[in-house]
Design a protein around this ligand. Structure first.
Ligand code: FMN
Length: 334
């Protein structure tokens, strides 16, 4: 269980923010299958304060999509405070700040936002203070990597201590440096160094694709909760599997049937169609379809045809055709 300033998450299993992935359709498909807490993808504090239409659209949600955190990226303390107050006013259940994004456009050569903030502890502290004083009720948290280039975890320790002193409710640590991007294995011992340094809850993140992975992360790091990132793509059953596994209520993960996979994919498509512009939905589904069909025989050829389709209706017909053929070819891989 994870408790953060009035927010209680019984399972302690959270979905991480994933840019261009964890949109409203993704979250609804996952919530209907057991996801307890999710984040929007990161949004720019600057763009939010400017009331940029595209940014406001990224914040869209519905009553079923709760509880839900928003994540801000930026490096100007005053603007981060302003944006945090906007997010709280819109009804989000927590406000997170992104100190992990490795993309040069965000890090600005090392003195900008995202993971570049790991090397600017004083500025990080000013951001924390501005956000905590702007937000009245909901928890403020930070999600970071273990370091910018230093893999020891000590940069994250420094940031976590300042976060705690400023009144943040929790820190999340992805067990890789900015330089590592997504390569190699997440370092759970480095996450553990952060856990040992602060009293506020620490949420561990990196390479959790099963309950066994989550158990390994928790026992190596001593963390209070786990955050799943890429493991949730095309696998909306993962949250329940991990939660039941951690609670020792089930040792066997639930493996969806081929029909359940098809239905989740069709549901994702229908939601994209209903919630986004027609072309945006088509393009988004080109990514989503890869997640759901990897490992199914004939998938590569199907995906190439799927990516030529120009409408959601064509995409839907192709999904029925592909999964119909796959279902006739038992056994279906897990
Ligand atoms: C496509 C993609 C988009 C991401 N977008 C964000 C983001 O917006 N904010 C963030 O804090 N992390 C983002 N991340 C990092 C993930 O949230 C997570 O920390 C990382 O993937 C490690 O966890 P995992 O091994 O479970 O995927 C992104 C990762 C990927 C692959």
């Amino acid at each position: 269980m994870l408790s953060l300033k009035g927010l209680t998450l019984p399972s302690g299993v959270l979905q991480s923010p994933l840019a261009a992935c964890t949109d409203l359709a993704f979250r609804l498909v996952a919530r209907r299958r057991g996801m307890e807490y999710a984040f929007l993808e990161m949004v720019s504090a600057h763009a939010l304060v400017q009331k940029n239409g595209k940014t406001l659209d990224m914040l869209k949600t519905v009553a079923e999509d709760k509880p839900l955190g928003a994540q801000l990226v930026g490096c100007d303390p005053a603007r981060m405070g302003e944006a945090a107050a906007i997010v709280e006013g819109l009804g989000f259940d927590s406000v997170d700040v992104n100190f992990g994004c490795p993309v040069p456009k965000v890090t600005g050569g090392g003195d900008g936002a995202g993971s570049a903030m790991l090397r600017q502890p004083e500025r990080a502290e000013a951001i924390f203070k501005a956000m905590v004083s702007a937000v009245k009720k909901v928890p403020v948290t930070v999600k970071m990597r273990t370091g910018y280039a230093d893999a020891s975890g000590l940069e994250a320790v420094e940031i976590a201590k300042r976060a705690e002193a400023c009144g943040l409710s929790a820190v999340t640590v992805h067990g890789r440096t900015r330089e590592q991007k997504y390569q190699g294995k997440a370092d759970y011992d480095a996450i553990g160094r952060v856990k040992a340094a602060v009293k506020i809850p620490v949420i561990g993140n990196g390479d959790v694709a099963s309950a066994a992975d989550a158990r390994r992360l928790l026992s190596a790091s001593g963390c209070d909760a786990v955050m799943i990132g890429r493991g949730g793509m095309g696998n909306p059953w993962i949250y329940r599997n991990v939660a039941l596994g951690l609670a020792e209520l089930s040792s066997e993960p639930y493996v969806p049937t081929i029909d359940e996979r098809r239905d989740a994919l069709l549901e994702h498509l229908a939601l994209e169609e209903a919630l986004e512009s027609a072309w945006h939905a088509v393009v988004t589904m080109r990514r989503v379809v890869c997640w759901y069909t990897t490992g199914i025989p004939g998938g590569a050829e199907f995906r190439s045809r799927f990516c030529q389709a120009k409408t959601s209706a064509e995409q839907r017909a192709l999904i029925h055709e592909f999964f119909g053929a796959a279902a006739r070819r038992e056994p279906v891989p897990a």
